[in-house]
Design a protein around this ligand. Sequence first.
Ligand code: SF4
Length: 449
Amino acid sequence: MIRVQAVAPESLGAALELIPGTELIAVNDRALEDFLDWEFLTADEQFVLRAKLPSGEEIEYDVERPEGLPMGVTLEAPRIRRCANHCDFCFVDGNPQGLRQALYIRDDDYRLSFRYGNFATLTNLKPWDLERIVEYRLSPLYVSVHATDPVVRRWLLRNPEAPEVISQLRWFVERGITFHTQVVLVPGVNDGQQLVRTLTDLYGLGPSVLSVSVVPVALTEFSKHSLVRQPTRDECRAALATVDEFAARAVAERGAPWCYGADDLYLQADVALPPAEWYGDFEQRENGVGAVRYLQTRIKAAWQQLENQQWHGKRIGVVTGTAMGPLLPQVIADLSAATGANFEILALENTLFGTSVTTAGLLPGGAVLAALRGRDDLDLALLPAESVNDDLLFMDDLGAHDLASQLPMTIRFSYDFADVLADGTMDGWKSGTNRRSNVPSSHRSGGPA
Ligand code: SF4
C-alpha cells in the first residue's frame, strides 16, 4: 500500500478526486508496494484502481488515461531499503555524532539507483526484486562493484553473504539491463592487480556495462582509520595508468573511453584532467567524474546569456570545498571573461567532518556562515546547491534562511554557475527579505553505497 501526499491541479489524480492521505491499494488487482508499481502499472491507457479515501471509503475507479494527461499524484516518501554491508570506508560511520537521523541511514536501494542514480551494491536483492528489475526494465542501474573477486568484494563490503557480482550482472545483462558501475579504490585491497581483474571482468560483460568510474576512497576524521587509509599520490597515479589502459582499449574497440577516473583521482595524483570531450555525456558527473569539465561546458553553452547580463563589476564569492578549490580557477577564468564580474573563490575546510572531507556538497552551514559573515565587500555569494537538502538544510541543520539572515550579501544556490548567472537577477536569499532562493529541487547522487 502507498499513500498520496499531494495531487496536482488539472491532473488525472485531481479528476478522480484523489486527496492527500488516500491509500492506493491495487491497480488491476495487483497490490501496490511502492512508487515503481504506481508509475509502471498506471502507465497504461486503461486500468482499474482500488483506493481507500481518508474517510475509510474504499473506491474502485475505472480509469481511462487520455494521452499526455499526467496522473499528477505525489506519493509519500518510500521506505528506504537498508544496506546489508558494513564497509570500513562507509561514510555513515564517518559521520560525527549529533547530526539529524536521516544522515545515519545506510541506504542500498536499487529503486533509488534507477530513479536518482544512487549507487547500490545489489547485495540485498530478493528474488522478487530481481524479477521486478527485469519486468520494469529498471535500466540503467548504478552499481558499486568495487571488486569482482568475490573474496575481495566480501572483504570490502564486510558481508560474507554478498553474492558474486559478475554472475549477478551477467544474469541482468542477458535480460537487457544496463549499468553504470563504480570502484571505490581502497589502497592495498582492490587496487593493483585486483583493479585490473575488476576492469577486465566488467569489460568482458560487453557494452551493457555502460561505464565504470574509479573513485579514491573518501574518509572523514571519524572514519575507521585503523582499517582503511586514503591512497597516496603514487597509488592514484598507478590507478590512473590502469584506467588509461582500459580506456584506450575501449576507445579503439567501442569508440568511447568507458573507464573513467574521478576528478578527485586526478587531483590526488596531481595529473591534469582530460578534456571535456573525453567524458561524452558526462554520465557519472554526479559521482565526481568529469564534474569540472562539465561546469566549463555549461558556462561555454551559456556564454551569450552571461555576457548580456548586468554582472559587470559585481563582486561575487564562490563557495566550494577544498577539493574543487585548486580546480576552480580555470572555471572562474571563463566566468569572469563572460560576465565581467570579479569572482573570489572561497574554498572552505569542512568544520563538521574534518579537513579530509573536501567535497562542496558536504559543507556545513556553520562553515559557510563563518566564511561570509562580515563580508560587506561581496554583492553575491554562490553556494553549492548540493550542500542543502530539499528542506534547504545544510548537513549541520542550519537552514538557508537562517544563514541568509546573518549575512550582508545575497546568497544563491547553484549547481553550475550558469544556472544562476544566466538569469541576471539578484533574486536570492538576502537578510531582511523573505524571498525564496533559486534552489532547484535536488537529490544526492552517488549515495553512500
Ligand atoms: S558504503 Fe554503502 S555499501 Fe558500504 S556499508 Fe555504507 S551504505 Fe553500505
